[in-house]
Write a protein that binds this ligand. Structure first.
Ligand code: PMP
Ligand code: GLN
Length: 383
């Protein structure tokens, strides 16, 4: 077995969802939405599945979807992308991340990452032969540690992976922070792999700003999106990458040998979705913010300090607020088994779990009001 991959256990999302199912718990652990699947996009998929075609689509993605992604990025970010050479469709953002890392990282290259981080980054960086250099954002504010970040860059740095809005912390880096990162990337002549899957889940009147739109960054960024998040259809695994041709070409080489293509009917439906009135996507953030507030109010009422969430569909809470003295991992198991509510431990989002802050749990609020209310009721009864 490969030494890197065998050092990892089963992903926390799978572990906690299984436990939730075994105990009939309200599952606010694994991040997936409930009740937000857009009917028109579902119909478009059904029609495309009925009508075909059903054989291999073009390797880079169907033209309709690549054009829709370019139009989307023009509308929201004023980016001018050539759909022929600068847009590629992938089987989810997970594949996109792997394509980017395997396409760009040479063994021995250093990759800067910000912890807590999404769980697929480190294994793929390491399997690609990269050397992770992690810096931490710290609760409760999760602000960018500028000095530590600057110190993590060197002449061995090949790329930074930047996830904003950030899973699990719910942080959205502001334009000052982005400018600081952009400066480091340019000064060290490196790239940024930008995981922007939560681009349409930014709240309170703020707007997502891709690092790619900052001066000097157009040709240094690999921008990754996911229809799973944008249309609340996480099983579809339709993602995309936009990047300058010099970056996309090696990334596409990985894609051609890893998955090669993505189901045509789903690509067709996502193209339809992106072609709708863009106001639909703004509405998603409004709906989601109401769910955030509903769950935050409920959790605060029970005694949990709830950290600010500017984007994503995750809230992080301090478990000490209800007098829990064990670790976050113990807490998440405890509330699943004893209270019938599931969350995920934030320490699972660190390279060295034993050295991670052990007091935080992440709750997903992309759920029906009834599920959020039931979770709060159960936790309130328990604590
Ligand atoms: N990046 C982040 C930060 C995520 O939270 C997720 C979520 N599931 C992914 C990537 C993977 O997205 P996809 O389901 O499109 O592969
Ligand atoms: N991104 C989702 C989360 O953070 C789940 C992804 C997965 O299950 N692999 O919960």
């Amino acid at each position: 077995a490969n030494a890197v991959l065998s050092s990892y256990g089963t992903t926390i999302f799978t572990v906690m969802s299984k436990l939730a199912q075994e105990h009939g718990a309200v599952n606010l652990g694994q991040g997936f939405p409930e009740g937000l699947e857009p009917p028109a996009v579902l119909r478009a998929a059904a029609e495309a599945a009925e009508g075909g075609p059903h054989q291999y689509p073009p390797m880079m993605g169907i033209p309709a979807l690549r054009q829709a992604i370019a139009a989307h990025d023009r509308h929201f970010y004023s980016l001018d992308l050539d759909p022929e050479t600068e847009v590629m469709v992938t089987s989810g953002a997970t594949e996109a991340l792997a394509d980017a890392l395997f396409g760009l990282i040479e063994p021995g290259d250093e990759v800067v990452l910000i912890e807590p981080l999404y769980d697929s980054y480190l294994p793929i960086v390491r399997r690609a032969g990269g050397i992770p250099r992690t810096v931490r954002i710290e609760p409760p504010d999760w602000t960018l540690p500028r000095e530590a970040l600057a110190a993590a860059f060197s002449d061995r740095t090949k790329a930074i992976i930047l996830n904003s809005p950030t899973n699990p912390s719910g942080t959205v880096f502001d334009t000052d922070e982005l400018a600081f990162i952009a400066d480091l990337v340019q000064r060290h002549d490196t790239y940024a792999i930008c995981d922007e899957v939560y681009e349409h889940l930014v709240f309170d009147g703020r707007r997502h700003v891709p690092l790619m739109t900052l001066p000097g960054m157009r040709d240094r960024c690999v921008r990754i999106g996911s229809a799973g998040k944008t249309f609340s259809l996480t099983s579809w695994k339709v993602g995309y990458i936009v990047a300058a041709p010099a970056l996309l070409t090696p990334i596409a080489k990985t894609h051609q040998f890893l998955t090669f293509t993505t189901p045509t009917c789903l690509q067709t439906a996502v193209a339809f979705g992106l072609g709708q009135d863009p106001a639909v996507l703004d509405q998603l953030a409004v709906d989601m913010a109401a769910r955030r507030d509903r769950l935050a109010t409920g959790l605060r009422g029970i005694g949990f300090p709830v950290m600010d969430c500017a984007g994503t569909y995750f809230l992080t809470v301090d478990i000490r607020g209800v007098g829990f003295t064990g670790t976050d991992e113990e807490f998440c198991r405890h509330i699943t088994v004893e209270a019938g509510v599931t969350a995920v431990p934030v320490s699972a989002f660190y390279q060295d779990r034993a050295a991670a802050p052990p007091h935080y749990a992440r709750f997903c609020f992309a759920k029906l009001d009834s599920a959020l209310d039931e979770a709060v009721r159960r936790l309130g009864q328990h604590f």
